[in-house]
Ligand binder design. Structure first.
Ligand code: COA
Length: 313
């Protein structure tokens, strides 16, 4: 666990600045291992809670921007780690919107009628690409994975009802990793210029994130005739508490109905939304029939909103 005090010891910052500007108090860092270890751990936990064996899984979708390596996919590595001998799978790259993009993809596979059990896992080891000398970004991110299981339902009133997803490459230079890919293959030069780390123009991203997340969420509510009081929970991507507050306020959703855990984990990229869902569900705070609006914004830019009705007791 890296708390704000730790950052006071490595960069020029302070606990109060971090808490008031971001809402973050702590973040978790994986010391040994990779993204596939985080993802495999989350899926094993999910399978044991549902009393399922890994052989029953049809598909594994790993939403991540920190794959163990370019190839093979993290999904392949996860498949081996959990022993899902009948599964196929792939990685999906949509940064902080990765879970929403993967959720819609997984739901479409279920709707095709061909697959019955799809695992969607959001997993990122952000500490692998954070520059711990850059005070603008290093305080923001943490490592995590969280997984959900998608299954068919006969009742059309439950599950993923709708999604509005967007991508706009105009945001490509506001939040990105410049080196290591085919554009700037890793070299002494790219390492020297710190191109293997996250670069973010925080102010620019903040502005578009507030607008993007709120716009799609309000569009979703209008489309389905939902008012703030109809929504059991807003489940926002956890990047900054001020972005979350602004989104909730535009939607007319009161603070008590916003899932928040950014204080403990920071921004864990693709993992934030399923991590919120899992924690609140396990604490008994989500019940069957609850209407949830999931919302995210991330690098690309990518953003979106999903409307789902919780189907479990
Ligand atoms: N501690 C103390 N001061 C810091 C700091 C830190 N860790 N990081 C930056 N500062 C300084 C800046 O250098 C700046 O000083 P200056 O005015 O002398 O240059 C000052 O604090 C204010 O910086 P600013 O960028 O205006 O702060 P902010 O209120 O916009 O907050 C972020 C910065 C990064 C928290 C905020 O922009 C943010 O959350 N952006 C979006 C992040 C995000 O959502 N990313 C992922 C999308 S998925």
């Amino acid at each position: 666990v890296l708390d704000n005090k730790y950052f006071e010891s490595i960069i020029e910052t302070n606990d109060e600045w971090i808490r008031t500007r971001t809402g973050i108090s702590e973040r978790r860092i994986l010391e040994n291992g990779a993204t596939s270890d985080l993802a495999a751990g989350a899926i094993k936990d999910l399978l044991s809670s549902k009393n399922l064996s890994p052989e029953e899984i049809d598909v594994i979708i790993v939403a991540t921007v920190t794959p163990d390596m370019f190839f093979p996919s993290t999904a392949a590595l996860v498949q081996e780690k959990i022993g899902a001998s009948n599964a196929w799978g792939f990685d999906l790259s949509a940064a902080c919107s990765g879970f929403l993009f993967a959720l819609q993809t997984g739901a479409s596979l279920i709707e095709s009628g061909k697959f019955k059990k799809v695992i969607v896992v959001g997993a990122d080891k952000m500490s692998a690409i954070v520059d711990y000398t850059d005070r603008n970004t290093c305080i923001l991110f943490g490592d995590a994975a969280s997984a959900v299981l998608l299954e068919p339902t006969e009742d059309k009133n439950y599950g993923l009802i709708d999604s509005i997803l967007r991508v706009d490459g105009n945001g490509k230079e506001s939040l990105y990793m410049k080196g290591g890919g085919s554009l700037n293959p890793a070299s002494e030069e790219t390492i020297k210029n710190k191109m293997h780390y996250i670069y973010q123009d925080g102010k620019a991203v903040f502005k578009v994130a507030v607008k993007g997340m709120a716009d799609v969420s309000v569009e979703m509510m209008d489309k389905h005739g939902l008012k703030g009081e109809d929504v059991a929970y807003l489940v926002p991507h956890q990047a900054n508490l001020r972005i979350i507050d602004a989104t909730a306020s535009r939607m007319g959703v009161t603070k008590d109905k916003v899932m928040i855990n950014i204080n403990k984990y920071g921004n864990t990229t693709a993992a934030t939304i399923p991590l919120c869902l899992t924690e609140y569900y396990r604490e008994g705070k989500v019940k069957k029939g609850d209407k949830l609006i999931l919302a995210a914004f991330g690098a690309g830019y990518t953003w979106g909103s999903c409307y789902l009705v919780w189907s479990m007791d």
